[in-house]
Ligand binder design. Structure first.
Ligand code: SF4
Length: 303
């Protein structure tokens, strides 16, 4: 496994990890500058999301869910850097779930995490068999698979005393979810950067919420993370999500800035300009109007 440790953003010089110099030799000066810029941007965006949503506090024990995909490797890398430099003390524990898919390369993550020197657990749960058994032929398995994985990870967080669970969803995941919910769920909701689980036991955080998927993919490529594919089960990826993903990618190409604007919209909601009667008191508008008018009349009389 090859791995580049962090570049010092302040001096923009390479801070090599032991034994990794040879890989860095392959970076020419321009690539190093580009890499530094990308890494700084990702760190800044993660830092901002953590501050904006108060994701991590002093004394937190954060369970970092590591699937072996580009997003979770990036999240772990950036959180480790943040831990070294943040003004608050918090601990990180990486957790991967071995779902017993045939061909799952069991050695990759332990080797990677041993090299990093980070505390970690591999949680073995045969959700693969359950998913195969319960999913009708021809139906996509990802929804049940993710639900089972989430349930196991949430339970495990309690076991290891983690009070926060970090998931590697990024900006595009959030936007895709919003469109999927609009198209198929009839609801205007996305994926929040921070959430309390339904049973109240877990706080889930998404430190990559502000990060672009393309940046993460590039960072992951340059870091040469040992990616484990998520289709070992032979399943098709969630087709609808894929369609929405392509739609967003097309928009991004044709209309630069559109995704930024859409993500901003998720953080800037005007309930009085929507139509949800639970979020805004439309029936009370006349009373509000009467209050306003009487206030004006009183002010007029005083003057
Ligand atoms: S591709 Fe396979 S392993 Fe990945 S979420 Fe879907 S069902 Fe689960």
């Amino acid at each position: 496994m090859q791995h580049i440790d962090h570049f010092d953003p302040a001096s923009a010089t390479v801070a090599p990890a032991a034994g990794l110099e040879s890989q860095q030799d392959h970076f020419d000066a321009k690539q190093k500058r580009e890499f530094n810029k990308l890494q700084k941007r990702l760190r800044r965006e993660v830092g901002n999301a953590i501050i904006d949503y108060q994701m991590i506090n002093e004394g937190d024990r954060v369970m970092v869910c590591l699937s072996g995909g580009k997003d979770s490797y990036t999240m772990l890398e950036i959180l480790l850097n943040l831990q070294r430099n943040a003004p608050v003390n918090f601990s990180l524990v990486a957790v991967n779930m071995d779902q017993k898919q045939p061909g799952f390369p069991e050695h990759i993550l332990p080797r990677y995490l041993d090299n990093l020197g980070v505390e970690y657990h591999i949680l073995e749960r045969d959700t693969y068999s359950v998913v195969k058994e319960k999913t009708p032929e021809g139906k996509t398995t990802c929804a049940l698979c993710s639900r089972l994985r989430r349930g196991s990870l949430y339970g495990f967080a309690e076991e290891i005393g983690a009070n926060k669970i970090a998931l590697g969803h990024h900006r595009e995941d959030i936007l895709e979810t919003m469109f999927l919910n609009m198209f198929f769920g009839g609801t205007l909701k996305a994926m929040p950067p921070k959430l309390l689980s339904d049973d109240g036991k877990n706080i889930v955080i998404r430190p990559l919420a502000y990060c672009k998927e393309a940046d993460i993919a590039e960072f992951s490529r340059l870091m040469e993370f040992p990616i484990i594919p998520c289709n070992l089960c032979g399943s098709q990826p969630n087709m609808q999500r894929q369609v929405v993903k392509e739609m967003l990618a097309e928009w991004d190409k044709k209309h630069p800035g559109r995704l930024e604007s859409m993500f901003k919209a998720v953080t800037n909601v005007a309930p009085s300009q929507l139509a949800d009667r639970d979020l805004f008191d439309f029936a009370g508008l006349e009373a509000k109007q009467a209050d306003l008018m009487s206030g004006r009349i009183q002010a007029f009389n005083v003057n």
